[in-house]
Design a protein around this ligand. Structure first.
Ligand code: NAD
Length: 295
């Protein structure tokens, strides 16, 4: 059986690594925060002293880190210590430039590489119901498959190395701007003095509805839960990556630019640690209306 090294045990990685452990994969884990490490050790994972020792002990290393900076630094330490013939899987949301550089660095060391960023939310990751958008050669994809199946319920092979990251940016562009659009729409409904339940019934009965409004928001901000499943800080990071990558591809995204600045304003007001659905509360405060809640 493959020996797994898992780095980054946050809202997403913690649940994903737990699902791998439950499927009996031998596992070493590393995170700069000792709390999630202790939780994984409780279910049979081994704690690594550092990235280098994790790399030496693993046939497959997985990274699930906040963004490009953490991924590039960690991957450099991994690749300096992984044996040729091993496999590196990055599941973090990063920019295409970072992913392409990782793929090239891994190839130069004789290490396989797969980018497998993750769709859906932290609650899905906990339940082993994540969606993966995978880039990699057919052989590397096949090798990663048993792990992906242990952590998720939907797996798409999007193409060669880098295709997963690029698909993820397209997906997150829509998923994140929907939060700002929903926030504006519901603040308008509040400004008009409308009933929230009735407004939602109407929206869900027309093409106006969307996954955020229908699936995520009723379980998060609309019931008063703004604890981060996916933090405003990370959504802002993704919109910045999306704009940068779109600019490089000469694709203009005016709505993404406006939405990114709305997320910038939320962070400037100290709300970066809240769930991205809390953009509703930020927008309602801006409009001088009470943030609506269900029930
Ligand atoms: P998080 O902030 O909850 O977790 C990140 C973890 O990485 C933390 O435990 C942190 O301590 C650890 N970490 C940070 N720097 C480190 C380093 N240098 N070495 C070792 N550990 C380090 O983030 P998350 O919500 O789990 O997201 C992880 C990635 O997945 C991000 O790229 C995010 O954009 C993406 N993502 C998140 C969601 C979501 O709903 N939360 C969904 C899909 C994708």
């Amino acid at each position: 059986m493959e020996k797994i090294g898992f780095i980054g045990l946050g809202n997403m990685g913690g649940g994903m690594a737990s699902n791998l452990r439950r499927k009996q994969f031998p596992m070493m884990v590393y995170d700069i925060n000792p709390r999630p490490v202790a939780m994984l050790v409780e279910i049979g994972a081994e704690s690594a002293d550092d990235v280098a020792s994790l790399a030496r002990a693993s046939s497959i290393a997985i990274t699930m880190l906040p963004g490009p900076r953490e991924v590039a630094a960690t991957a450099a330490a991994l690749l300096a210590n992984m044996a040729p013939g091993s496999l590196l899987i990055d599941m973090s949301t990063v920019d295409p430039e970072t992913t392409d550089a990782l793929a090239a660095a891994a190839a130069a060391k004789g290490v396989g590489f797969v980018d497998a960023p993750v769709g859906r939310l932290a609650a899905h990751a906990q339940r082993g119901e994540s969606l993966f958008m995978v880039g990699g050669s057919p052989a590397d994809f096949a090798r990663a498959m048993p792990l992906l199946e242990a952590m998720g319920s939907t797996i798409h092979h999007c193409g060669g190395p880098g295709a997963g990251t690029r698909t993820k940016l397209v997906n997150n562009y829509l998923a994140i701007i929907l939060c700002q659009l929903n926030a504006e729409a519901l603040s308008l409904s509040q400004g008009f003095g409308l009933n929230l339940e009735t407004t939602l019934e109407v929206l869900h009965g027309t093409t106006a509805t969307n996954g955020q409004l229908k699936v995520n928001w009723p379980n998060k901000v609309l019931k008063g839960d703004t604890a981060p499943g996916f933090a405003i800080d990370l959504a802002h990071k993704d919109l910045s990556l999306i704009l940068q990558a779109a600019n490089a591809a000469r694709v203009p995204l005016p709505v993404a630019a406006a939405a990114r600045e709305a997320f910038s304003a939320a962070r400037a007001q100290g709300h970066g640690g809240l769930d991205f659905s809390a953009m509703l509360d930020v927008q309602c405060r801006l409009a001088g209306v009470t943030p609506p809640r269900l029930g």
